[in-house]
Structures are given as structure tokens and as C-alpha cells.
Design a protein around this ligand. Structure first.
Ligand SMILES: *[C@@H]1O[C@H](CO)[C@@H](O)[C@H](O)[C@H]1NC(C)=O
Ligand SMILES: *[C@@H]1O[C@H](CO)[C@@H](O)[C@H](O)[C@H]1NC(C)=O
Ligand SMILES: *[C@@H]1O[C@H](CO)[C@@H](O)[C@H](O)[C@H]1NC(C)=O
Ligand SMILES: *[C@@H]1O[C@H](CO)[C@@H](O)[C@H](O)[C@H]1NC(C)=O
Length: 510
């Protein structure tokens, strides 16, 4: 008891000691901070409005002076005529702490002191030119800012040309394409459309995006971040890109791949779809952690043949969005390849597009050419029911060859997937785009559909769990019917793969 008391008192003394010892340093630190902040205040008003500066807004002066940011953040609430050497107004956040005050009549005016900031105003992923006078900037933004506030985006073009005196400015048109699914961050696509052609003389220039919080983050401040969104080097603009025939007929934009993916299932998916879409097709694969070395081996032969582009997007994991930021990724893909593909497809790697044997993918898409967008019906397949006749050799059969039972439960709304003619699309989603010019149709039954083998792509074991030999079967209350549509093309797909890349994937594992 006594021992404990003593111990406590010692601790108390020690604490007092620490505080006392720190006081001198604290004073020094505060003086230094104050000096730095004053310096920042002065600096802030020196360079021109759009210069990229390492100084930042006052509330963050301590962190940003050391972090040397590239973006320009400034608090425009600070009146420009503020005396630069006087301490900044106490309405700013610490270290200029606001204190509670007693007002006349005994009213106690309480104070609120913000520290730090918890989400970025804008996280730039990419900017693409969308034509002569248009750009699309793709990124993430703090979701509460958009849900509860009204942030503004402004775009400015700074030309290298000596003839253009003034920067050209336009208000950015923002689209939030993720249907409210975002988490800390939501996806933003900003379209900057100028009234005149940009960089027509090809002298180069810069697109700056201003992300303005407009009071949505703190009513007393209107923060603007100046973001260098795109730099066009002199002579680099090739306008033919926007007018000529697209390089690819069909381009696949995959969404974020994660989890422990099966190399064999990926192998099957690629061989099947390269055969289906043909020579003028391309597949963009986005790795959010799912492409381990086994899957990479499967992609490599197709990358070497020019069918696959591999994008490592693991870094997006730092920013909490919807399912590995898949809405961000598909929008980047849309704009990146917008002028390179006639049709763009959005679906997953456990889904297989199918057109009836009487037609080809070309004849089907030609019949839909008047539409900017069409959606595709889903055929859900069992991920465990296989045929008795495959007993003992299931491991040698491909997934879509052995999983031959389709789920025919009625009255369930099933997801659809879709394709677009990207030149008429401004932003996109996972199941369809809501930002298009032109018509959308859902009446594609009988022309095109997709088989969905849910839960097979991240399964590293043999999927067949139950072998049956009937045409109908009910499992866990779900009625299944035998459907060998996909099984019947397996032979042709395997031969196609051998012809294209030889036998190098023959030893691929589940
Ligand atoms: C950019 O920073 C400078 C000082 O560093 C400041 O004068 C200017 O107002 C800032 N730009 C904007 C648009 O706030
Ligand atoms: C602008 O003028 C400077 C000097 O007058 C010259 O060196 C530069 O090449 C010019 N730039 C363009 C894009 O014409
Ligand atoms: C913030 O600044 C922008 C542009 O500078 C302006 O359009 C907007 O009205 C301002 N918002 C508020 C709340 O002051
Ligand atoms: C189907 O399987 C059952 C048992 O699994 C077996 O008794 C029956 O003979 C099989 N029928 C055919 C046509 O193979």
C-alpha cells in the first residue's frame, strides 16, 4: 500500500518534471512555429495565382513546410490585405488556439479547434484529352465533401504559345459515377470543356484543375487545391487520334482483381475471350493484389502477343473506396482507351460472354450499332455440380467445360453486364453507364448473354463437388438444369490456345 502510494507520487513528480523541462523547448518551438507561419504568410502572397508552390495554407503550415507538397493549397478566407507580419487571425486552426470567451451579459462563447484533416480534397489518378477542346480528369475525393457540401472544380489551360496572353478558364463538369457506393472516398470524373480548341498550334501547355472545397469542409474556409492535371509537350498533340478509326474493335476493361485467383480459371477465360473477340481485341487487366506469379505466367504469353495490357493499381489500396476502387479503375480505362476502341466491354473474369453459334460477335454488335450502350443478360451457373461421366477426370477438364448446370430459379433480379461505344460515354459504372449520349438497350436476349461461374475464380481447389447424371437437379432449394452450351465449345477453345501460344500453359494449376 505504502509502496504503491510512493510510486504514484514519484510518477506525479516525474510528470511535473517533464512538463517543466519541456516548457523551455516548447516556448522555443512555438516561437519557431510562429516565425515559420509568418514567413509562410508572406510567401503566400508573392508568386502568381497558379504557380506551383511548396507553401501551403496556414492551418497546415507545420506539416506542409516540411512535406514540400507539389500542390498549391491556399485558404482564400485569409483576406489578401492582411498585414503580413501580424499573427494570423485566431479563427484559424491550431497552433493558434481559440479560447472560450465570456461575453457581455455572462454569455460563454465556446470555441472549436480543428486539428489536421482526415481526407484528401482530391486524389488525381489520370487526365485524358477527350477531343479538341475537352479533357477528363479522373480521381477520388473525400465523400462527405460531396455528400454534404458542394465542391467546385475549375479548369485552366496555360499555353506555352507566345500568342496566347491569358490563361483560358472553364468550370469543370463533375460526375460522381459510383452510385453512392464510395466509402471514405468517392469517384469523381471532371470534364473540362473549353469554348475554343486547346493547343491547336501544338506549342504545348498545361491543364490545371482547381479543386475548391467551397465551404464543404469548414464553412469558414474555402480551400483551393491547384492540381497540375496534364502537361502536353510541344508537338505532342496528335489530333488524328480523335478522328481516325479506332485501333481495336473490342476492348475489355477489367475491374480491380484481388484475392487468391486461380491461374487455370484465368487461363481459360483469356483463351476463350481472345478467340471470341478476335484479332482486333485487347484486354486491360488491373491488378489490385490478385495477380500472383501463377496468374502472371498465364497472362504473359498473351501480353507477348499484344492482347493483354497489365496495370498495377495496388497503390489505390491506400484510399478507402468501393471494392478496391473499381469504379475509379473502370473510369480510368474508359477514358484512357476511349478513342482506341469501337466497343468497350465491362464484365468480370468469372463471366463468359456468349453469342449463339449462328452469329459472330461482329454480327451481333453490328446489329446493335445504333446504340451507345447495351446490357447483357446473365446465366448463373452452379459452381459445384458436375457430370457423373466426368468422374475421375474432372481435374483435366476446364471450368466452363465441367460446370454444366445452370441456376433456373425464377423471380430473382440478376446483375447485368454491358458494353458501350466509348466515344459517346462520359463516365461509367460497373453494371452500366448512366452518363452517355445516345440510346441504351436492354433487349439483347437471344443475341448475347454471359455465363457466370460465381465463386470459381478465387477458388484454388477442384470446383466439382457433386457428380450427377440428370438433366434437372435441386440443390439447397435452387433448381438447376443441365446446359452444355459452354461445354460444347471447350474443344475449339483449347485448340485455339494451342495454335496461338503453344503448350506453355498446359501445366497450369487450379
Ligand atoms: C497558390 O499559392 C499562392 C502562394 O503560394 C497564392 O498566392 C495563390 O493564391 C494560390 N492560388 C490559389 C488559386 O489559391
Ligand atoms: C516564345 O518566344 C521565345 C522568345 O521570344 C522563344 O524562345 C520561344 O521558342 C517561343 N515559344 C513558342 C512556343 O513559340
Ligand atoms: C469559394 O471560391 C470559389 C472560387 O474562388 C467561389 O466560386 C465560391 O463561391 C466560394 N465559396 C464560398 C462558400 O465562399
Ligand atoms: C445415374 O447415376 C445413378 C447413381 O448415381 C446410377 O444409379 C444410374 O445408373 C446413372 N444413370 C445413368 C444413365 O448413367
Amino acid at each position: 500500500m505504502v509502496g504503491k502510494e510512493k510510486h504514484e507520487r514519484e510518477k506525479e513528480k516525474m510528470f511535473v518534471g517533464v512538463v517543466w523541462n519541456c516548457a523551455a523547448e516548447l516556448k522555443f518551438l512555438l516561437t519557431a512555429v510562429f516565425f515559420l507561419c509568418s514567413l509562410v504568410t508572406i510567401l503566400q502572397f508573392l508568386p502568381s495565382r497558379f504557380s506551383i508552390s511548396s507553401v501551403s495554407d496556414l492551418p497546415n503550415c507545420i506539416t506542409t513546410t516540411t512535406a514540400s507538397e507539389v500542390v498549391n493549397t491556399s485558404a482564400s478566407t485569409v483576406p489578401p490585405d492582411v498585414e503580413t507580419v501580424t499573427p494570423p487571425p485566431s479563427t484559424l486552426s491550431p497552433p493558434f488556439v481559440q479560447k472560450d470567451q465570456v461575453l457581455e451579459g455572462g454569455i460563454i462563447k465556446r470555441s472549436f479547434n480543428p486539428y489536421g484533416s482526415a481526407a484528401y480534397n482530391f486524389i488525381l489518378m489520370s487526365t485524358y484529352r477527350g477531343g479538341l477542346n475537352n479533357f477528363a480528369v479522373i480521381g477520388l475525393a473525400a465523400k462527405p465533401l460531396h455528400v454534404f457540401g458542394k465542391p467546385i472544380y475549375e479548369c485552366q489551360w496555360l499555353s506555352n504559345s507566345n500568342n496566347t496572353q491569358q490563361p483560358i478558364t472553364t468550370v469543370g463538369d463533375k460526375i460522381l459515377p459510383d452510385w453512392g457506393y464510395g466509402r471514405v472516398y468517392t469517384v469523381v470524373v471532371v470534364h473540362c470543356t473549353f469554348s475554343i480548341p486547346i493547343n491547336e498550334d501544338n506549342s504545348g501547355g498545361k491543364l490545371l484543375l482547381q479543386a475548391i472545397t467551397n465551404g464543404g469542409f469548414d464553412l469558414s474556409s474555402n480551400l483551393t487545391d491547384d492540381i497540375e492535371a496534364l502537361v502536353e509537350q510541344p508537338g505532342s498533340l496528335n489530333l488524328a487520334h480523335f478522328m481516325s478509326q479506332p485501333k481495336y474493335d473490342y476492348l475489355y476493361c477489367g475491374s480491380s482483381l484481388y484475392g487468391n485467383l486461380s491461374p487455370q480459371r484465368m487461363r481459360e477465360w483469356l483463351a476463350y475471350h481472345v478467340r471470341l473477340f478476335g484479332e482486333k481485341s485487347h484486354f486491360v487487366i488491373h491488378d489490385a493484389g490478385g495477380i500472383h506469379s501463377g496468374v502472371m505466367e498465364v497472362l504473359r504469353p498473351w501480353m507477348e502477343k499484344g492482347y493483354v495490357t497489365f496495370q498495377d493499381i495496388r497503390e489505390q489500396e491506400r484510399f478507402d473506396g468501393y471494392y478496391h476502387n473499381q469504379f475509379l479503375i473502370v473510369n480510368d480505362c474508359l477514358h484512357r482507351y476511349r478513342y482506341m476502341a469501337k466497343w468497350m466491354f465491362f464484365f468480370d473474369v468469372d463471366e463468359f460472354i456468349f453469342v449463339s453459334k449462328k452469329s459472330t460477335i461482329k454480327s451481333v454488335l453490328d446489329s446493335l450499332s445504333e446504340y451507345t450502350q447495351f446490357t447483357i443478360e446473365q446465366i448463373p451457373m452452379s459452381n459445384k455440380l458436375c457430370l457423373t461421366e466426368d468422374a475421375g477426370k474432372t481435374y483435366r477438364k476446364w471450368g466452363f467445360e465441367k460446370l454444366v448446370y445452370k441456376d433456373v430459379k425464377r423471380g430473382i433480379r440478376r446483375d447485368r453486364k454491358y458494353a458501350v461505344q466509348p466515344r459517346n460515354v462520359f463516365a461509367t459504372g460497373v453494371h452500366m453507364s448512366q452518363n452517355t449520349a445516345g440510346k441504351t438497350t436492354h433487349k439483347t436476349e437471344g443475341r448475347i448473354k454471359y455465363f457466370h461461374y460465381h465463386g470459381t475464380i478465387a477458388e484454388r481447389r477442384e470446383p466439382c463437388r457433386q457428380l450427377i447424371n440428370t438433366t434437372d437437379f435441386t440443390l439447397d432449394g435452387i433448381p438447376y438444369v443441365k446446359d452444355t452450351t459452354m461445354r460444347s465449345v471447350a474443344g475449339a477453345v483449347k485448340r485455339f490456345e494451342q495454335k496461338m501460344i503453344g503448350s506453355r500453359l498446359d501445366r497450369t494449376r487450379q
